[in-house]
Structures are given as structure tokens and as C-alpha cells.
Design a protein around this ligand. Sequence first.
Ligand SMILES: [Zn+2]
Length: 407
Amino acid sequence: MNDLLIRRARLMDEPGTVDVAIKDGYIVAAGGGVAGSARQMVDAAGRLLIPAFVDAHLHLDRALTAPQEGVTSLAEAIDDFQRRSRRMDKNDFIDRGRRVLKMAVRHGTTTMRTHITVNEALGLRGLEAALELKEEFAGRVELQVFAMAGELEPAPTPSLKDFLEEALRMGADGLGGAPHLAEHMEEWVDFIFELAGRYNSLIDLHVDETDDPSIASLEYIAAKTIQNGFQGRVVAGPCCSLAAVDEDKAARAIAAVKEAGISVITLPSCNLYLMGRRDKGLVRRGVTRVRELQAAGVNVAFASGNVRDAFRPFGNANMLEEALLTAQVLQMGTPLELKNVLKMGTYNAAAAIGLKKYGIKAGDRADLVLLDATGPAEAIIGQVEKVCVIKGGRVAVRNDKKSDLII
Ligand SMILES: [Zn+2]
């Protein structure tokens, strides 16, 4: 007997409705008229069933720390967190992280990659907290923990190198950082690749989060990716200055990113809040060249980035909300474009962070969200309810209490 049978669900890319049978955490059948009984039945009644959202870039350690006074630049936001994090103990990180993870799963995110800062002031407290949350939320949200360092350091110091290596030994899933902020960007990038190579680790870098076209580390990172055989294992975001450079330079960088198999993650809300702050009148959006990247065949996803902190005082860990904002910023409004946007927060994000067996076909993991809509456009524009969230084949959250839904 199956564990769960979802009847009459509409999928993003197929006409009509399908039934989806789930057993032992995986989809065992998906198609028209799937037979068999199940312990639990969900009648989707023609609603849209999607693979659960993947929030591929979120700073859990900073979340819910928005200051009373706003900031006017990325540097100020970094400084705000560095100053205040000295007083934060591990329990503080855990409490805030837990609140955000609960918000995320309530809104249909069942996989998240978090970037956690390690440095002299913070030590490994934030990382320890994230690893504990990873255990606590297993079964509801799969958490990938990436250690990042060096936002205020011109070059990798011996102690920062030690912190990052210790983070990998403790169980971090990968390495991050923000090399473009460093005086010696190349030294940082080289070190990250060297350490990742030694530990067979993934890399997810903050890249060119600036309007300044003279700061452009993306091509260098792409070259290092190929040189080190890391194709398909490197993520870059939010790549703001790619939007500021001239067309020739942009085309070169995009071709290099494609060749290196780098996925790009855009953070539209964070960029709108922090970029273009010196502009008067026409204020730049700071969002990377998503259309051109996609046209070149680069995998592009969007993510929350920050939730209610100095970097972005907004956010509800709600990927459907981020989808609407992304669609507006990217000027993607047709049904086809809105389907593309929904895929950026699901399929593309899953591909970026290397999730296997992701989707809605036999053999895929049963991480699913039933939306109270008949298609992506209605879901995004209407900001509809996530009727139920399924993780590992179990109904993890029910937001619609109608008694006829789950039989
Ligand atoms: Zn970030």
C-alpha cells in the first residue's frame, strides 16, 4: 500500500491532471489514473502541484536582526552585523534560525542553502548553531550549511583560513565568501578553490555585489572553476556589476560562466534595497542580467538572500513572494515568463545546489507543494495559499483546513 496518493493534481508542464502515488518518501507513480490505495489521500481538485521550493541563498545567522536605523550601503550592513554579532551567543543564532526555518516550511520551502559567517569576532558560534538546526529540521527542511569569511579582510589571514577549514571538518557542506570585497580578490578565490579541492567541497560565492563596473571578479572565478575541474560545482550570486559593465564585457563574462557550468543566483529584493544608493532620480536596480544569462543557457535561480536584517529589512522566507518581486523586477509578466520565474525558485534552484531526484516523476523525492491555483501565473500574481506542504512523502504543513482536502 502507498503512503500517500494525491489525486487530480495539475502540473506545470502538462495538460490535464495527474495522480501522484508516494511510498517511503519517494514518488512511485505519476500520471493519469494511477491505481492503488494509500494510507492517506489528498484531493488536489485541479490545483497546481509543484516540487517544493528551494531557497538556495539565505543568511540564517543574520536573519531577524534588522536595526532601528537603516543602512545606506552593503558595507554598512556588513559592519552592522559584525558589530552586533559579537554579543550573540549560540542560542540567539538557534532561536532566530528556528523561527525563519518554520516560516520557510510554512511557505513551502523544504530545502535551503544557508551562508554562515565565521570570523574572529564570531568564531564558529553561528556555524555550530546552523549545524544543530540542520539536525533539528531534518524531515522538514533539508539545510545545506556553507561557511563564509572575509567580508572585511583584504586577504585570507591564517586565522580565517583555519576557521574555514575547521568549518568543513565540523560538517559544513561547502565554502562561501565575498572575494570581490577584498583588496586581494584573487588571493581569496585561489584559497577557496584550494581548500575546496582538498576537502572535495562545493563552492558558493558572493560575486560582484556592487554597481561599480570596475569590480568584476566573475570571469576570474569562471576561469578558476575550469582550471580546477569544478564545473557544475560552483554557484555565484548576485553578480550585480554584470549589469553595470559594457555589453562586450558582459558577453565575455556570460560566455565564461556558461563554459564553467556556474549557476547564478539573483537576489532581487536585497539588490533593490542596497544597490543604487548613490543614484538620484533614475536609481539603478542592481539586479544581474537574468535574461542574457538564460539566453546563453546559464542556470539562473532567485533566492531570499536576507530576511529582516540590515541587508534587507523585508522578507517572510516566502519564495512565492520572492517570485512576484523577481517577476516585477525582471519585467517578466506573460504566462510563459511567470512559469519561468516559478521554475527559477524550484527546478533551477534545485539544479544550482545539486539536488538529485528533484521533480514530479516516478523515482523523485516526494517534496511537494500544492498551491491554490491552476497555473504558475495565477499562483504568483494571486500570492495564493500553499494548501499543503509535503516533505519526504509526509504532509509537513497544512495551511488549508478544509476538511475535504485530505481524505
Ligand atoms: Zn548573501
